[in-house]
Structure formats: structure tokens, C-alpha cells
Design a protein. Structure first.
Length: 430
């Protein structure tokens, strides 16, 4: 994108986005292109040593690594060579997985990424926080300037507007989130409930996080390996037990959510029935997220148990995905508008130098006229006459050059220039 820096000079400045993501590259490649937080500042500063790179930021997550730059040309090979060298990869082994965007396409891409429209889970909110971290890291490293800084700020504004004006993030699309949302519908106050989570894998960790965020009263983590249960429980001020200890604690649980890799059920009808007796028939909400199931199907027959399986939640998740897809269409429309706004701001930057020069010239005329007026006052001229002379002199100074140029334009039949002047000065045609 060409940005006009003055009425006599232009500098070619291009926005460039280059990267890989979960759609274009397998995890083995994504791992090799990842930039951990401890090396990111140095990598950014090293990237800025490339002569054509003006500003730079790097977004690196488990699902994507993307480079956002301003460059003096749209030559992506310079950046590809730097990445290959930095990661000790052959260029030919890297290029099949890369995608590249320039100028308006870069603006649209970064907006879509921040809004979760380019994520594995449509509309997921974590990516916005990761992008804010990438921006702050680049700021701290000194690799963000006016253009890329403004792009990031506008990106955050666009993402906030999408979150506010659409329902893209309001419906759960993970089984863990759906299970917790269902628990919220059943219990008025999660703060008064105890949750027993069986397993210590990613799904249970996510479930624990959601429960903690919703203010669950108490969390018990049960796992075959006590150390793993303890490590996870410690993150949420929970209590760790082994699977063998479940019968001793099951009666404490108002909510039971299970997700292990066991080939046999962890909870049987008998143990649940015993727990219900200790609870004096106080109901239990149970969700079995495992395949094969962790909770015997016969448990559903118990009168005071509300048992849901992953299949029961799947319908809710699909309905919510449809809701997010509809919201995504609205989000794309918002992004179209936000891209237009940012491009308009960018184009306006081309006039900044011209405006500055014009104001400086006017200030010189003002100061000169003011000095003459002050001198007249010191020489005894009345204030009224001095002000009249100041106004006359300043007006003549300001309109002399434009008037001369308009006459020349008329003599040369430059009707385009005359029309532009009429619009510029907001003159009513006589």
C-alpha cells in the first residue's frame, strides 16, 4: 500500500502476514515453527535487522504461528528465508505449509483471527488474549511502530465489537463447557456444591477450569495416579484422591463428571446407590464424557440421579455450533466495515505531511503579520488600524498563492483542479 509522505515524495509500505496454522500444517511442523515466550523478544529484534522490515510482531500458539510486518515491498521470500534460517529448516520443506496475505487481505486476516473466525473452535475467545500478549511482547521488544500499533489497536476494537454485537462466544461448543453449563441450569448456586471430577486429562482440566470460573464450592479430583490428580487439584484449590478412594467420597459429590481412558466402568450402580443412601436421597448430577463409558448405564435407573452421556451433550453442542455459524456471518459483516474504517485511516496518513507543511506555512504568515502589527502599535499606530492591517496582510498572504495557482489552472483549462479547489475550500459555485 502506497502511503504519501509529502506532496513531493512517496514511500511504498506494505502490510504482510505470513504463517502456518492447524489447517495448513501438521503438528510436527507447527512445533518446529513455534516461538516460545523466552526467545520471542530476541527473535523479533533479529527480524527487524532485515533491511526491508519496518515493524514486526509474532503470534505463536499451539495452533498457529504468524508473522505480522510492515515492509518496503511485498517480497515474502526475505521473510521465508529468515524463518527457515531461524528454525534450521530448508525453505522447500517450509513453503508448502505457508500462507501469505498483503495489505487489505492482511488487515482482514488479523481481524478474523482475533475474532476467532479462523480458529479450530469457531469463535473461541482465547485467541484474542494470545494476540494481545503478542502485541505487548512486540511493544516491549521495540518492534511495534505507528502503523502496526494502530492495526493491533483497531484489531482489538473490531474483536470487542464482534463479541458485543453477535452471539459468537455465548454458546458452549466443548463437552466440558456444555457439562458445566448444564450443571448451572440444574443448581441455583454452584458455590454451594461439591464436584467430583474423575480423570486428570485435558477434558477434566478444562472442566475444572470452567467450574472454578463459575465459582464452584469445592472440587475433588480422582485419578488412577495420585500425583497427577494432586498436580491438577492444586491449580484449583481442590482435593486429590485415587480411584480406589472414590467410594469414600462419592456421597460428598453433588456433581460428578468423568472422563478417563479406562476400558471398564469406574462407577457402578451399587456404589452410586450406596452414596445416595448416605446423602439421604439428595439428587446427584452426573456427566459421563468418556468413550467407553466410565459410569455404568444402569446408574440412570436410579431415581435421584440425573445422568448424561457425551451423546446427550452432542446435540446441544451442535445446536450451539449452528448458533455460532450464524453469528459468524454477522461477524464477517462487522469485519468488512472495520476493514474499511482502518483503510480510510491509513489513506489519511498520506496527507499528514502535506497538512503539517500547510499549517507550518500558515503559522509563518501569522507570526510575520503579528510582528508587523506589534511594531505598528509600538510606533504609535492605533489598535484599530493595526488590527485592520494585520487582517488585511494575513488574508493576502494566505490567499495569494492559491489565487495565483487557480488563475494558472483556468488559463490551462485544468477544470479538474478547479473542481478540486471548489471542493477543498467548500465554495458555493456562483
Amino acid at each position: 500500500m502506497t502511503i504519501t509522505c509529502s506532496y513531493s515524495q512517496k514511500i511504498q509500505m506494505t502490510f504482510l502476514a505470513l504463517g502456518i496454522n492447524y489447517q495448513t500444517a501438521p503438528v510436527a511442523i507447527r512445533e518446529r515453527l513455534a516461538f516460545p515466550a523466552d526467545i520471542l523478544p530476541h527473535a523479533l529484534q533479529d527480524l527487524l535487522l532485515l533491511s526491508e522490515i519496518g515493524e514486526a510482531a509474532i503470534l505463536s500458539t499451539c495452533n498457529r504461528t504468524e508473522f505480522y510486518c510492515t515492509t518496503q515491498s511485498d517480497n515474502q521470500n526475505l521473510l521465508i528465508d529468515w524463518i527457515a534460517k531461524s528454525k534450521k529448516l530448508a525453505v522447500r520443506d517450509l513453503t508448502p505449509y505457508l500462507y501469505c496475505h498483503t495489505d487489505n487481505a492482511t488487515i482482514r486476516h488479523i481481524f478474523r483471527v482475533a475474532c476467532g473466525l479462523d480458529s479450530m473452535i469457531l469463535g473461541e475467545p482465547q485467541i484474542l488474549g494470545q494476540m494481545k500478549t503478542a502485541y505487548q511482547t512486540a511493544c516491549d521488544a521495540g518492534t511495534i511502530g505507528k502503523l502496526l500499533g494502530k492495526l493491533f489497536q483497531h484489531t482489538f476494537t473490531a474483536a470487542k465489537k464482534v463479541r458485543t454485537d453477535t452471539a459468537i462466544g455465548s454458546s458452549p461448543v466443548s463437552v466440558a463447557f456444555a457439562a458445566v453449563q448444564l450443571a448451572q441450569q440444574i443448581f441455583d448456586k454452584l458455590s454451594e456444591q461439591t464436584a467430583l471430577l474423575i480423570g486428570a486429562g485435558e477434558t477434566i482440566e478444562l472442566t475444572a477450569r470452567h467450574l472454578s470460573q463459575q465459582g464452584i464450592g469445592r472440587i475433588i479430583i480422582a485419578n488412577r495416579t495420585f500425583e497427577k490428580a494432586h498436580t491438577l487439584a492444586a491449580q484449583f484449590n481442590g482435593y486429590a484422591i485415587t480411584l480406589a478412594e472414590i467410594p469414600n467420597h462419592l456421597a460428598e459429590a453433588d456433581i460428578v463428571i468423568a472422563s478417563t481412558g479406562s476400558q471398564l466402568p469406574i462407577l457402578g450402580k451399587g456404589s452410586v446407590e450406596s452414596a445416595l443412601k448416605k446423602r439421604k436421597r439428595k439428587p446427584m448430577f452426573m456427566v459421563d464424557l468418556a468413550v467407553p463409558r466410565d459410569i455404568e448405564g444402569e446408574v440412570e435407573q436410579l431415581a435421584d440421579v440425573y445422568l448424561y452421556t457425551v451423546d446427550d451433550l452432542q446435540y446441544t453442542i451442535e445446536q450451539n455450533m449452528n448458533s455460532r455459524r450464524q453469528a459468524a456471518k454477522q461477524a464477517e459483516e462487522i469485519i468488512d466495515t472495520q476493514v474499511d474504517y482502518f483503510v480510510a485511516w491509513l489513506r489519511a496518513q498520506g496527507a499528514q505531511s502535506l497538512i503539517k507543511d500547510y499549517r507550518s506555512q500558515a503559522e509563518v504568515f501569522r507570526d510575520d503579520a503579528l510582528q508587523k502589527a506589534l511594531l505598528s502599535l509600538n510606533n504609535g499606530v492605533s489598535a484599530e488600524v493595526a488590527l485592520q492591517r494585520l487582517a488585511h496582510t494575513l488574508t493576502n498572504k494566505l490567499i495569494h498563492t492559491p489565487s495565483t495557482q487557480l488563475r494558472v489552472a483556468a488559463e490551462n483549462e485544468r477544470h479538474d483542479l478547479l473542481a478540486a479547489a471548489s471542493e477543498l475550500f467548500q465554495l458555493n459555485p456562483s
